[in-house]
Design a protein around this ligand. Sequence first.
Ligand code: PLP
Length: 412
Amino acid sequence: MAELSPVLKQATPVLAARGEGVYLFDEQDRRYLDFTAGIGVTSTGHCHPEVVAAAQRQVGTLIHGQYTTVMHRPLLDLTDRLGDVLPQGLDRLFYVNSGSEAVEASVRLARQATGRQNVVAFAGGFHGRTMGAASLTSSGVKVRAGIGPMMPGVAFTPFPESYRHGISEAEAVRSALAEFDQLLATVTSPKDTAAVIVEPVLGEGGYIPAPPAFLEGLRERADRHGILLILDEVQTGVGRTGRFWGHEHSAIAPDILITAKGLASGFPLSAIAAGSELMGRAWPGSQGGTYGGNAVAAAAALATLDVVRDEKLVDNAAEQGRRLAEGLRKVAAEHPVIGDVRGLGLMLGNEFTTEDGRPDTDTATRAHAAAAEKGLLLLTCGPHGNVVRMIPPLIVTAEQVDAALELWQEAV
Ligand code: PLP
């Protein structure tokens, strides 16, 4: 007999037996509206028939062909397909298995390509749990607690947070960019700075979209100083925000883009994309891993991209995201404990605050648990765990959004 370690802290008591579309079913066949999507992973819903068929076909053909030994067709085809949706010029890709690994790979690439060591990351940012990724993460104290020393060469600077500071977005952007400039002037000089890594929507940090002017300010500074801009689109990629990439809400493109979660509808796969000149400055053989770019995951990703295109899931994310945000704002208007509703597309957060504006983690936790009891699975996030977030599969319908809103209203 053995038991699962308590380090795997479970947010709900649900024991999932099967999944279908936006629904999960437990072992008693009780149905839950899954507005967590496996933390933004099951983009096409649970067990989309086309993804299932593609994976099943691939399982019977070739499960694993390690890409530094032999190449396989699903990965070549996926790379070709990603070329259709990536920003122009980001036409060289490689693959690993998870968001954290992709983050580490992007830093490795940036350091090799520039010969510089330091990386600037943002307060409240989340980039994963492996040592290097946790070193770039400042949200979620538990990710770093008791594991130091962390990777050296990381400098943190504030992300623009207008709601929390009670200032306008423009003011928040001005202040965050001024802090960034100050960091380069005092802590990490441009000649030592390889990259700046940022999420288009601060995810675990509280679902705070980066204002377009902020990303544009970072782009301008990166160009001026020869610093590489890494966009961590692990959570925001593949249609989640109502555009194919989260950064498409602004006028910029990154030097390095990483994506994972929604890419393969639940199969472990992450991708790192950059231009050929930049990729050419990396050392061949220094990246990758045994399971990276697995053939079944690649086939599932190809099917996912087909479904996203054919079922117009990016547009659906935008449309249902608007509907959900509107409904959430109505609930918040009746319940002042929800101080802010924000996000992009189907990546929406409800921030719980006390009357005097402090984080109300207790009420957020109770609302989250009450929703689960009523059959609506949600997640919390934010540095105080006081943001209840909703991140349903991109296939969600208007009826399912309305059903979730009804359950949320009752839970709150
Ligand atoms: N980057 C972002 C923006 C994330 O949201 C996450 C996970 O939530 C990661 C990186 C880490 O990804 P993984 O858990 O697949 O290692």
